[in-house]
Design a protein around this ligand. Structure first.
Ligand SMILES: [Zn+2]
Length: 415
């Protein structure tokens, strides 16, 4: 597990990582200071937490093995003290966890791989709540012969299911965040969550002062759609992150299918198609208003997670581009890439401060393989023209799963 955090790093290495991956447009520059022998998180210009050069390996190890909320206590206790070797050893013993090398065995044998198929809709009704579906009617403007109708939650689920079987055959230990079509990460459907869990969850959030009485009443009275956008969407993402971290994966594959953001009327297919992947980083100063985000920042800064995720993501994007014949997105190909992301040195891999990219404690790739609304893709994704594992699926889905499969094999074969 800790193969990703044991590379020797100097404060100069960390500064380079900070500039390349973590500080979006320099917006963290007044929150973090780098000195020849230390790095500090600042509070109103004054250091509140400092890691000295000789402490880097120990704190990288701890951040890989601890729950972020528990690290806050260490953060508040240590502050700017320079720990002795004895104190560091005692921390190391307490939090060293599983330190076996991830690279000793043949490629995937025994590797723990988490799969997160994006969204949860398995039918059009649920997909309309999530607003993650494609529906085009044939018209004089679009040359479509038949109606095109499908949802992203089903594409990602089928991709993960094919991949899961193939990884298991290679001896990997695999977890999937949602075990059935239309199931959420809570292992039930959204409808079931509303009838069986909503009240209990909101009651306990009220009791723990996470929400106040006014918000409680509002959330209790919202309809299904409004509750999804105002609460459930983020809440369910945090459950995905929680169960993935509990699984302690060697790598996490977050599976999505993209759309052309400029195709705003959603009545006709787009001619555009691009492939890309996201990793963590690209943080801004307002993230530091929550202590827990400072812990995520420190983990990303001190461990090798970002550079390893970049490696895995680059392998994945190269597969997408080569095997699916899709051009790799550049910074100006989408507004969110230009306005919210940092370009990494690897083509098509961008730092984006998405909740899962920030909170999952693992090497990861957040893959956006293709544009579902592309004129060719949308037709291909509607066909069930390929049989795999006794199921008829669109051949395109098999090809996408194959890209992830090849990338993860390459990643673990060539450390
Ligand atoms: Zn998506």
């Amino acid at each position: 597990m800790c193969s990703v955090c044991l590379t020797a790093q100097t404060t100069a290495d960390l500064k380079k990582k900070f500039d390349t991956y973590l500080s979006f447009n320099g917006s963290l520059n007044s929150y973090v200071s780098f000195n020849t022998n230390s790095v500090s998180i600042l509070n109103a210009g004054t250091p509140e937490f400092t890691v000295f050069a000789d402490e880097i390996p120990t704190f990288a190890l701890i951040l890989k093995n601890i729950k972020p909320a528990e690290f806050i206590a260490i953060y508040n206790r240590k502050q700017n003290k320079h720990l002795s070797q004895k104190q560091l050893d005692s921390l190391k013993n307490k939090y060293s966890g599983n330190t076996k090398s991830a690279y000793k065995q043949p490629a995937l044998k025994g590797k723990r791989i988490a799969l997160d198929p994006g969204h949860f809709a398995g039918d059009m009704q649920t997909a309309r709540v999530e607003q993650k579906f494609i529906e085009f009617q044939p018209s004089a403007f679009n040359n479509l012969k038949d109606t095109v109708r499908f949802n992203e939650g089903s594409l990602t689920y089928q991709t993960a299911e094919i991949l899961r079987q193939r990884l298991l055959e290679q001896g990997a230990i695999v977890m999937v965040t949602r075990p059935k079509q239309n199931y959420t990460a809570f292992q039930i459907t959204y409808d079931e969550w509303i009838t069986k869990r909503k009240k209990t969850v909101l009651d306990s959030l009220l009791k723990e002062n996470v929400i106040d009485a006014k918000r409680y009443t509002k959330l209790m009275n919202f309809g299904k759609d409004k509750l999804f956008w105002e609460f459930f969407r983020d809440f369910e993402l945090m459950e995905r992150s929680r169960i993935i971290n509990e699984f302690k994966p060697d790598a996490t594959l977050i599976i999505h299918y993209n759309v052309d953001e400029k195709n705003t009327d959603w009545l006709s297919p787009s001619t555009k198609n691009f492939t890309m992947a996201f990793i963590g980083g690209g943080m801004t100063g307002d993230n530091f208003s929550k202590p827990i985000n400072k812990v995520h920042f420190l983990r990303l800064l001190l461990t090798d997670e970002l550079t390893e995720s970049e490696k895995l993501s680059s392998l994945t994007v190269n597969q997408f581009s080569k095997k699916l014949s899709i051009p790799v997105a550049q910074k100006n190909d989408a507004d969110y890439l230009r306005d919210n992301c940092m370009k990494t040195p690897s083509n098509g891999v961008f730092c984006r401060n998405l909740a899962l990219c920030r909170t999952i404690n693992s090497v990861l790739v957040y893959g956006e393989c293709l544009y579902q609304d592309n004129v060719k893709e949308c037709v291909n994704l509607t066909k069930c023209d390929y049989e795999v594992q006794g199921q008829k699926v669109p051949k395109r889905i098999y090809e996408v799963s194959d890209c992830y499969y090849n990338a993860i094999n390459d990643y673990f074969s060539n450390p």
